[in-house]
Design a protein. Sequence first.
Length: 450
Amino acid sequence: MALAPGRSATPSYKFAVVVLLGLLLAVPLFSVYLLVYDRESQSSAARSSIVEGWGQPQRLAGPFLVLPFSQLVQTRVNEGGREFSRTEQQERELFVAPSSLAIETAIAPELRRRSIYEAVVYTADVRQSGFFRLPDLAALNIDPATIRLSEAELRVGVSSAKGLGGSQPVVRVDGRSLPLIPGSSLSQSQSSGFSARLGAAPAAGVPIRFEIAYALRGHDSLGVQPAAQDTRWRATSRWPHPSFVGGFLPVSRSVSDQGFAAEWRIGNLALNRPIVSIGEPAAVETDAVAVNLINPVNLYDEVNRATKYGFLFVGFTFVALLMFDVIGGAPVAGPAYLLVGAGLVLFFVLLLAFAEVIGFTPAYLLAAAAIVGLVSAYCAAILRSWRGGGLIAGMLAALYAVLYVLLSLEAYALLIGSLLLFVALAAVMYLTRNIDWRAVGRRPQDAIAS
């Protein structure tokens, strides 16, 4: 917008220009947001390549005692337009969950890096023990003579068999070591795992005791799909940042810088299901429990959240420069606003670039110091006042300090941010309380003529 010769811009005109320039800076701020998203996608792809071949997030299923049997079933068939009943013999499987199951897992984590990216993998020493009891077959309407006890199997599921690696699982039933068969045939673990034939008919009414031990590799998460009448799972690790998730929280846990220990106890009444079923019982996702080995600082989330406060920095700095222009009489040209705004946007790019290499907090300090120094020195030059540059430096330093607090205290971000805006508005009102806005920007002869 052109001005008449010899006439200064009014405060309203300057304010409108500053608002327009601030809106133009929304484009590079949005570009920074997209850059963070792109770098996060690259990081996810790099993490996937790091853990590839090691093992997926693991979930344990079973063990189940599986008893094959035959059953006569009445079916209705239609042939030639006539419907009649037919008796067929069908092969079925009786699934028996343990009456008692104790799981001990010692998780050994390892932080693996490739270039600037890292991923958490682990090796878990898994030990399962407990016992089965054969059910009352008559109560299940099953003829005991049709049960092929000599073909009974013990099936153990893991969500990714690749995680067994070079491990040689050991399965003992009533003190006897059993040979293993690849695959579990359990749908809740996508048939991944291993099985063992008992090789002898279990005695009726006598508990069938078992012990299972193996090493399991995975990354990020280890969980259990409970099914026993009484499931007890104890997990220990030296990883200091666990996250306990799933349908049940641990009944006891301790977390310190040296690691964590947690114990779950889940009964089948809480699962609302019996421990005996004809056919494999369906796995209920909400019943599963797990521990995640998390990295407490996700730098991409932190940078993304910081970017959302970009307008706060631009707005505060532009208002400060506008006050120097309107009140202090130090005119600031539009290109100067754009250069200062570009510097403020560059902070988030520097933060992202440094954080990927040296971590979030050091990157934040380094990027903030660089931008405070650059912008304050430039402002001192355009305002022709080192005092003005110092005020801009102090304001930016305070803003970066407040932003770091906002990022650290997510629950109070809205409260602190709203208070900060209130203080800023109050300061602008106080500084401009005695200004005659109609007279600002007008030449003395124009004021006399009016």
